[in-house]
Write a protein that binds this ligand. Structure first.
Ligand code: 6R9
Length: 655
């Protein structure tokens, strides 16, 4: 390994930070030794209607996976994000909204936000939404998305946010899977000047009888003065409602429902290595304690700071670090509708300058895209307000880290590389900015209460500086409790591989200092531009096409996206390979799943490398896609070893 550079904590930063190294050590130790006392204390950062008397009640035993935190306490997440701030910070800005069009923005105070949430809460109740019902949100990055999440939380409904880039088919599956009664969407979304017809996608999704069976109402936000496509919206009077019609007359008083700590707050679908995406269930108390505490300490959020996370609310990062964490902390959170390259590549810099952003949290894929444009990509934007930078979603390569530090952080801002997952609810491994020295590419050390370990494939725990499968040995409050409607799958996926531990699906290395370096997924999950995708999902979309007999999908290193999607396809008899067919297959996957799943490379393969028992040997396909076929390993067990030569000869990624 090449020499690793260490960036020590800036003593000046540490002096003002919430947590310095001594404090980190002491708090970490207590959090592990006595989790009940530690979390019992930190749970008090929220306002509880009935205080909890029990703190941790958790078991990772595969015969009895049972995770509960603060189980006899009652509270409401929207109350904690809004009402409790009204007295002290009613007039403070809660959400700064920056539109896709740089001339559009809006500042919403805590009082405003509270009012809007109450109106929608009452409107949803009037539409028959009750505690425990699932509401699907399929929305652009507009304030109403946050309002809708909080309105659900306020009345005890469970939201399921579906990323606006997903296809009608993907949306239909998620409406059906969650048995969702009502969908909130908008007429159009606008990103990078491009208009996407969200409402029309919902209409399409609801032509699927399985989804239509559950969904009774569609509430549509009018995405104000956007350039319309000119098309009339299709409207179904029995089902469709304008958001402004149902909220305008609604009362601004709506008491927050008293919920148990373990009542569900939301479902969020994410990809796994097998089967359909799974709806991970997060509950109210533990999730909110963890999201708010990590937000405060990881970003060293201080009173009055302007904090910006560039994620989409369709992903877990948007849930925990645009909406719930910051608002529970009474922060000012910036919500950005657009993309980094519109109207030009300096947009991130312009927004930082315009709103005097202090903490900026984005993904390596965005950093690499900017980096490609050169050192002056942010133009003459004034970045002097920045105090801290964050990274999330995939491993950040040291070059991108260095560039981020030098060009965006101007050499003075600590970088927090935050490793976590939809399943974990909040940040798990991260350098606290006043406490932990950083090494470009390492997520460094565990957050309070998190016990990472490395195990070999047999489940033996490895000590010292080694590589292994990353597991977590005990529960933390933000952890997902189950897969919606399929607890057995939850147990199977996360608790049966390495007994007594939560299996992350990631590999990692630990160095001499005990720092963790995430090496990427060890299962069949891809991470394309920070978006998680199961190879199985893409394969099943492909084989649904009439021309495809068999498909195998693997990842390969991609300069911008981190990983690209490499597809091997065997055609049905009677179909000829052609450029048109390739294009068609690409469009097919886009329309089945969404543009983010669009294959980068499609190789037509007359045969797949299979074992004699008929299993595709993905290891070989991965190597060929990586253009690393010198080390194919043992191919003697293949049913027909000659297919490998053909695959190598026609390989598409020649590095
Ligand atoms: C928050 C989020 C989770 C997967 C995770 C890992 C990868 C996320 C990372 C990282 C290296 C980081 N990942 N953050 N890898 N360093 N800082 O991204 O959730 O969409 O569920 O993805 O993303 O592979 O297992 P999610």
């Amino acid at each position: 390994m090449s020499e690793v550079k260490v960036y020590p904590v800036d003593p000046e930063f540490a002096a003002k930070a919430h947590i310095d190294n001594a404090r980190y050590q002491a708090m970490y130790e207590q959090s592990i030794k006595d989790p009940d006392a530690f979390w019992g204390e930190h749970g008090k950062r929220l306002d509880w209607f009935t205080p909890y008397t029990r703190v941790k009640h958790t078991s990772f035993d595969p015969h009895n996976v049972d995770i509960r935190w603060f189980e006899d306490g009652t509270l409401n997440a929207a109350y904690n994000c809004l009402d409790r701030h009204l007295e002290t910070r009613g007039d403070q800005v809660a959400i700064i909204w920056e539109g896709d069009d740089p001339s559009e923005d809006e500042k919403i105070t805590y009082r405003d936000l509270h009012e809007r949430v109450c109106r929608l809460s009452n409107a949803l109740k009037a539409q028959g939404v009750e505690k425990g019902d699932v509401v699907t949100l399929y929305m652009p990055m507009i304030p109403e998305a946050a309002v809708a999440m909080l309105a659900c939380a306020r009345i005890g409904a469970v939201h399921s946010v579906v990323f606006g880039g997903f296809s009608p088919e993907a949306l239909a599956n998620r409406i059906e899977g969650a048995e969702s009664k009502l969908v909130i969407t908008s007429d159009y979304s606008l990103r990078g000047g491009k208009v996407v017809p969200l409402k029309a996608n919902v209409d399409k999704a609801l032509t699927d009888p399985a989804a239509a069976r559950f969904c009774e109402k569609v509430v549509v936000v009018e995405r104000h003065p956007v350039k319309r496509t000119g098309d009339e919206l299709a409207w179904h009077d029995h089902r469709d409602l304008w958001y402004h019609d149902i909220t305008e007359q609604a009362s601004v008083e709506c008491p927050a429902e008293e919920l148990n700590a373990e009542d569900p707050l939301f479902i969020l679908y994410t990809s796994g290595s097998t089967g359909k995406p799974k709806g991970l269930k997060h509950t109210t108390g533990g999730y909110l304690v963890y999201a708010s505490m990590t937000h405060e300490y990881v970003f060293d959020y201080q009173e009055g700071d302007i904090y910006w996370c560039t994620a989409d609310v369709g992903w877990v990062t948007g849930h925990s670090y645009i909406v719930y964490g910051p608002l529970a902390n009474g922060a000012t959170t910036l919500m950005f509708e657009g993309v980094p390259s519109y109207p030009d590549n300096s947009r991130f810099g312009r927004v930082i300058e315009k709103h005097r952003v202090n903490q900026f949290y984005t993904a390596p894929t965005a950093i690499r895209a900017l980096m490609q444009k050169g050192e002056d990509v942010l133009g003459d934007s004034d970045l002097s307000s920045l105090r801290l930078l964050g990274s999330v979603g995939e491993p950040i390569n040291p070059e991108a880290w260095e560039w981020y530090h030098r060009v965006v952080g101007q050499g003075r801002c600590p970088i927090v590389d935050t490793w976590w997952q939809t399943e974990t609810g909040g940040i798990m491994i991260v350098p606290l900015p006043g406490a932990t020295d950083t090494k470009p590419g390492s997520a460094t050390r565990p957050f309070f209460g998190v016990q990472p370990a490395l195990v070999d494939n047999e489940g033996n725990e490895l000590e010292g500086a080694v590589d292994g499968n990353l597991v977590i040995k005990d529960s933390w409050p933000g952890q997902s409790r189950s897969i919606w409607g399929d607890h057995e799958r939850f147990v199977q996926t996360y608790f049966s591989t390495f007994k007594g531990c939560y299996t992350t699906g990631d590999g990692a290395r630990r160095d001499e200092d005990g720092f963790y370096w995430i090496t990427g997924r060890v299962d069949d999950v891809l991470n394309v531009s920070g978006h998680r995708m199961g190879t199985a999902e893409i394969e099943s979309a492909l084989v649904a096409h009439p021309a495809v007999a068999e498909a195998a999908v693997v990842g390969y290193p991609h300069n911008l996206k981190g990983q690209g999607i490499y597809v091997y396809v065997t055609l049905q008899a009677g179909f000829e390979q052609s450029d048109e067919l390739m294009k068609e297959l690409r469009n097919w996957v886009r329309s089945e799943i969404g543009p983010i799943a669009s294959p980068d490379l499609i190789q037509f393969a007359p045969g797949m490398p299979k074992t004699r028992s008929g299993k595709i040997m993905r290891r070989i396909l991965r190597k060929i896609a990586e253009d690393d076929f010198g080390s194919l390993g043992d191919t003697s067990t293949l049913a027909d070893p000659s297919v490998v030569d053909d695959l190598i000869e026609k390989r598409l990624n020649r590095t």
